[in-house]
Design a protein around this ligand. Structure first.
Ligand SMILES: Cc1cc2nc3c(=O)[nH]c(=O)nc-3n(C[C@H](O)[C@H](O)[C@H](O)COP(=O)(O)OP(=O)(O)OC[C@H]3O[C@@H](n4cnc5c(N)ncnc54)[C@H](O)[C@@H]3O)c2cc1C
Length: 390
């Protein structure tokens, strides 16, 4: 049986999260726009913490975090549904109590020092693989880690690292065996900022503010290897692949909110004596957006379902990520068009969404890389055409 209905519990949680976002988070949108336009972070850390505490009192804490760490362990499908609700606002809010899933690969000591404080919001991490010479081709990283007694010495540059300027530790990927490279020669290290790496922010067209990181003879104790020496690349790919469905999930929420704005505008704005909603040109923008959003929803839920089933979800996640990212950019562009000149101004938040959503087609695998993955899977016979129904 194919069942497209949400369970009563899923519907109830989705409704409660929507109500929380609308009542508690959306009211900050004007503050966020004002702060960002003054060059400040949209939400100051104290306000974010207060919002997360309020969410925790409502029971939203560690949505995808195992129960043994105090989380909800809601599963991938519920996470995708919640992610869509959070995506309805551009306020840089996320529920607390979560950590990058590769931290669960740590030893008990590493969990106590890095994972638990991150879950509690006491520490902040960043994930650094990209380098100036290695983006889509992540296997080409050259940052090196060389043994020095019980320590490792790291040298190299990382670029475009989200939270890189705020984090107090980094999960950094470095080459520990040049002959093996990504096939067993890359290792992940947990490196505290006070071990000596430095960062500088990279201004972008969005408000996400990544940073470049510099490692100049940074000494790291051997106990800070995350996972096994030489298995860092597999760990990185596993992390990126497992959570990829969350990108289109958030895109769906953003696109739905934008489409609601467009519908209101189409009904209210008059041109040549009639609401612009009467014109087929506008109706097609609205219809195309709705079709693409619905397609993104089912592709995303399917990828999340595969993650929940414990099967290899990489192909489905690539399809969902590619379609979700392109969809959100199509929708925001149409919504801006429906708003005419006002859509282009800073009086409305559409330009803010426009800049933010553009990133979705670049990070965690560009459109082109997703297409490459999908095509290669089919051409090599790893995935059969129509496999979703087999
Ligand atoms: C705001 C932001 C936040 C980020 N956060 C992080 C982070 O936290 N941690 C991290 O490690 N990285 C992060 N990244 C890096 C991001 O993952 C890379 O930017 C992305 O993988 C693309 O790499 P690149 O920028 O070097 O582009 P390139 O790899 O140089 O690609 C340039 C163009 O060529 C295309 N291309 C490249 N190779 C192929 C190919 N084989 N076939 C077809 N087309 C190809 C690409 O699709 C793209 O259009 C972030 C980036 C941004 C912008």
């Amino acid at each position: 049986m194919v069942d497209f209905a949400l369970s009563d519990e899923q519907r109830a949680i989705r409704g409660a999260v929507r109500s929380f976002i609308e009542k508690e988070v959306v009211p900050f949108e004007n503050d966020v726009l004002r702060n960002e336009r003054e060059g400040k972070p949209g939400l100051d850390p104290a306000t974010l913490r207060e919002l997360q505490d309020r969410a925790k009192r409502h029971g939203y804490w560690g949505i995808n975090t195992p129960e043994e760490y105090g989380g909800m362990n809601a599963g991938a499908i519920m996470s995708a549904i919640i992610g869509s609700e959070v995506g309805r606002t551009f306020v840089p809010f996320r529920f607390g109590g979560t950590a990058d899933n590769i931290l669960y690969a740590g030893t008990d000591e590493q969990k106590a020092e890095y994972l638990i404080p991150t879950l509690n919001g006491e520490r902040r991490s960043c994930f650094a693989i990209t380098e100036p010479g290695a983006g889509s081709d992540a296997r080409a990283i050259t940052t090196s880690a060389v043994r020095d007694g019980d320590d490792w010495v790291i040298n190299g540059e990382k670029i475009f690292i989200t939270n890189g300027n705020e984090a107090d530790f980094v999960m950094v990927f470095a080459v520990t065996n040049r002959d093996l490279g990504a096939n067993g020669g890359v290792t992940c290290f947990l490196v505290d900022r006070d071990m000596g790496w430095t960062s500088s922010p990279i201004p972008t067209m969005g408000e996400w503010g990544p940073a470049s990181l510099s490692f100049d003879n940074v000494h790291v104790p051997g106990r800070n290897v995350l996972g096994e020496v030489g298995h860092g690349f597999d760990l990185a790919m596993q992390w990126i692949g497992q959570g990829r469905y969350m990108i289109p999930a958030r895109a769906i929420g953003a696109a739905e909110r934008l489409l609601e704005m467009a519908i209101a505008q189409a009904n209210n704005r008059k041109s040549m004596g009639r609401p612009i909603a009467d014109y087929q040109a506008i109706q097609w923008h609205i219809a195309d957006s709705q079709v693409e959003i619905e397609a993104a929803r089912w592709l995303t839920l399917y990828a999340a379902w595969q993650v929940e089933q414990g099967v290899d979800a990489r192909h489905a996640s690539s399809i969902a990520k590619l379609h979700g990212a392109v969809m959100a950019n199509n929708v925001v562009d149409r919504v801006l068009q429906i708003h005419g000149g006002m859509g282009y101004t800073k009086e409305l938040p559409i330009e803010r969404w426009y800049r933010e959503l553009r990133l979705l087609r670049i990070f965690e695998g560009t459109d082109e890389i997703q297409k490459r993955t999908i095509a290669r899977n089919l051409l090599k016979g790893n995935v059969k055409v129509g496999a979703a129904l087999s």
